[in-house]
Design a protein. Structure first.
Length: 168
């Protein structure tokens, strides 16, 4: 997708199953001022040179380079398992590319999945950024254009983002 992509998004729309990654990518591509995200799980692995999750993160990185304000709050898995590895790889990849990313302190789970765009639109729902979530699970999210709700969600995001940690 390119910067000039025309979106087919409507004001309120249900996003099901594997339609999520394309929809989320379109939202990011069409953002012009800011993108705030809360992620329970995002997973890339060092051996994955190209996959739709890495491609999504690359779109975020590109938007940040073009001056769009990006802030990401991720969950932290305290146990060293596959969940931990995927989160840490994603956290490191974003930080290496100068994207502001923080995680919640251990002992406090961030289970929300939220993408806020430009203060007036958002996606919220059950989708994680993992191959399982995108291709095997039955997932459901919703896209909404509503400035009032977006403001409330942005306040919630900032209340949790500022005290979060930026070192894994």
């Amino acid at each position: 997708m390119t910067e000039s992509t025309t979106t087919q998004m409507r004001h309120d729309e249900i996003i099901t199953d594997n339609n999520f990654i394309g929809f989320a990518t379109e939202l990011v591509i069409n953002s012009v001022a800011k993108i705030y995200m809360i992620l329970y799980y995002v997973s890339i692995h060092q051996t994955w040179k190209s996959c739709e999750i890495r491609n999504f993160l690359d779109v975020l990185i590109d938007k940040q380079k073009k001056g769009v304000e990006i802030k990401i709050l991720m969950n932290h898995s305290g146990q060293k398992n596959i969940l931990y590895t995927g989160l840490k790889n994603s956290f490191d990849y974003l930080q290496k590319n100068n994207v502001p990313v923080k995680h919640t302190p251990q002992g406090r789970t961030t289970h929300a999945k939220l993408i806020l765009s430009d203060g007036n639109k958002f996606i919220i729902g059950s989708h994680n950024f993992s191959m399982t979530s995108l291709h095997r699970n039955r997932e459901l999210s919703i896209y909404v254009e509503n400035k009032s709700l977006c403001t409330q969600l942005e306040n919630y995001f900032l209340e949790n983002y500022y005290p979060a940690l930026n070192i894994w």
